[in-house]
Design a protein around this ligand. Structure first.
Ligand SMILES: Nc1ncnc2c1ncn2[C@@H]1O[C@H](COP(=O)(O)OP(=O)(O)OP(=O)(O)O)[C@@H](O)[C@H]1O
Ligand SMILES: [Mg+2]
Length: 507
């Protein structure tokens, strides 16, 4: 007999240790049927670890899991899936050159008696599922050709196709545009209407108050509280999570812009499909200012940044740093001209995941005299340097020998920022620098960018978060279909006006 009041999930006294490090410390989590339950906590608090335990990726050091009241040993993801648990990871796990359908049915292919794939039947089931929950996708598209928002839908469909009743969404909105976030909100409603339970991890407090029914807060592996979202404000959530007051609005002095550092003239760059993505773009970023690029995802931002960091060829036009022409130079040459880059995809371009924190700190500089003597690393110097950065940038845990892969997403980002601003750049290019960071860490990153500016560096901030651009930048350039359609003074910027420009409307 199924008990209506029985929670869909109870995780009881869960502890997980990695060596001496306690990532989850006696945690309790109860999730009801048809509820959206948010998990809130700083970077490294232990959210993903707890969910990896639920999904059978990690075995807890101690503690029990009950599904519909029945104690269940979830030894691996296969058992999790059999028990109707689905997980959409913080970093997607789709096969890039497979189609949507192939990815969804992977490992669960329907076959006839002769072992032949019943692709058409599978496709029909997928279309039916996607209609039911409003998860519109094209089953024949290849993953590499679709947007991140679409890829996420594929991940959700994949879990639903396997019959998930409890769906874990690990920072689902970190990579989405505002429009896609709204659509995800509707999808989540459709799912809970069918009595599915959603565990929703997010750093965006606004979303938690909008999407979730209840919220469990963890700090440094320990349970702080579980509360009804309607009873709290965003500020209360933030201070519970961080354990102190958080400033949402950063104080900054008036900018003191000097001579232009980055000069871009008529830059043309093509995308992977050979189409013009950046169209005769001209722009200047001065020493002592933060220029923010605002725009909706997919309007040429990525191609633009790739071109000026040497990762993609410019078809025509040019750009220079302090009058040195760097058009179509290598990333190394650009780096040597004192350009720092906080990349959009930190796992692909920012870090070597299997290197330790200390090795990641000296990726571009290991051959410098400070760190190297006739090809041998000066270990003591490297370690002193790494320990200094870890302390200064509050990387947790403070172990410099930990692999980048084993850091939480937010702490990986801190490692990159620490390394990049320590190079003493003339120009700092920061792309989505706070994606996936908790409010405390965001405050830290924003202060770092402003500090760079106040030290006379030129800062180029590219972000999909309009709030971030409006708060941090001194001037805002709006990009639309690869062109800068207007530049406004951030102090006078109006959110509606910017929104209009971002979608192609003229002033
Ligand atoms: N496989 C592992 N080996 C060693 N330490 C790990 C491993 N996985 C996670 N950790 C550590 O456990 C802690 C919790 O990490 P976790 O990924 O759960 O954090 P999180 O709350 O999801 O953070 P974020 O918001 O940044 O994603 C971190 O300090 C991390 O370094
Ligand atoms: Mg995480």
């Amino acid at each position: 007999m199924e008990n209506k009041k029985m929670p869909a999930l109870e995780m009881r006294n869960i502890t997980k240790k990695f060596g001496d490090f306690v990532a989850n410390d006696n945690l309790n989590l109860i999730v009801q049927k048809g509820e959206v339950h948010a998990l809130l906590g700083e970077n490294g608090a232990g959210k993903t670890t707890l969910m990896n335990i639920l999904y059978g990726l990690y075995t807890p050091t101690s503690g029990d899991i009950f599904l519909n009241g029945v104690r269940t040993n979830i030894l691996n993801p296969k058992i999790a899936i059999e028990n109707k648990i689905g997980m959409v990871h913080q970093h997607f796990m789709l096969v890039k050159n497979f189609t949507v359908t192939e990815n969804i049915i992977l490992g669960k292919e329907k076959k006839n008696k002769l072992g032949k794939l019943l692709l058409r039947k599978s496709k029909k089931d997928i279309v039916a599922l996607s209609k039911k929950y409003g998860l519109l996708v094209n089953p024949d598209d290849k993953i590499e050709d679709i947007t991140v928002g679409m890829q996420q839908r594929v991940e959700i469909l994949k879990a639903l196709y396997r019959g998930a009743d409890i769906l874990i969404l690990d920072e689902p909105t970190a990579v989405l545009t505002p429009q896609e976030i709204k659509e995800l909100g509707i999808i989540v409603k459709n799912l809970t209407a069918e009595k599915k339970s959603i565990i929703f991890i997010s750093h965006k407090l606004k979303e938690i108050t909008q999407f979730a029914d209840r919220c469990t807060i963890i700090r440094r592996g320990k349970l702080i509280d579980t509360l009804n979202v309607t009873d709290v404000t965003e500020h209360e959530l933030a201070s519970k999570m961080v354990g102190r007051e958080v400033n949402f609005k950063i104080e900054k002095k008036k900018a003191n812009p000097q001579k232009p550092i980055l000069k871009i003239e008529n830059l043309v760059v093509k995308n992977n499909m050979g189409l013009v993505a950046v169209n005769k773009l001209s722009l200047e970023v001065k020493a002592g200012e933060i220029l923010g690029i605002a725009g909706i995802d997919g309007n040429g931002q990525s191609e633009f940044v790739e071109a000026i960091t040497g990762l993609r060829k410019a078809e025509s036009g040019k750009f220079s740093i302090s009058e040195v022409d760097l058009t179509n130079k290598t990333p190394r040459e650009i780096f040597l001209n004192k350009v720092a880059h906080i990349p959009e995809d930190r796992q692909k371009f920012g870090l070597v995941m299997d290197f330790s924190v200390k090795e990641n700190f000296i990726l571009q500089t290991h051959s410098y005299a400070e760190f190297s003597d006739k090809g041998f690393l000066k270990n003591k110097n490297v370690e002193d340097f790494a320990n200094k950065l870890v302390a200064k940038f509050d990387v947790r845990p403070t172990n410099i020998n930990k692999k980048a892969r084993d850091l939480s997403g937010g702490n990986q980002q801190k490692v990159i920022i620490a390394r990049e601003v320590t190079h003493d750049p003339q120009l700092l290019i920061a792309v989505q620098p706070t994606r996936g960071l908790d409010v405390g860490a965001i405050e830290f990153v924003h202060k770092s960018l402003i500090k760079q500016r106040d030290e006379g560096k030129a800062v180029l901030l590219v972000s999909l978060e309009l709030d971030e651009v409006m708060n941090i930048a001194d001037r805002i350039a709006v990009i639309f279909e690869g062109e800068i359609v207007g530049i406004v003074d951030a102090k006078k910027a109006d959110i509606n006006q910017l929104g209009l420009m971002m979608s192609g409307g003229k002033l």
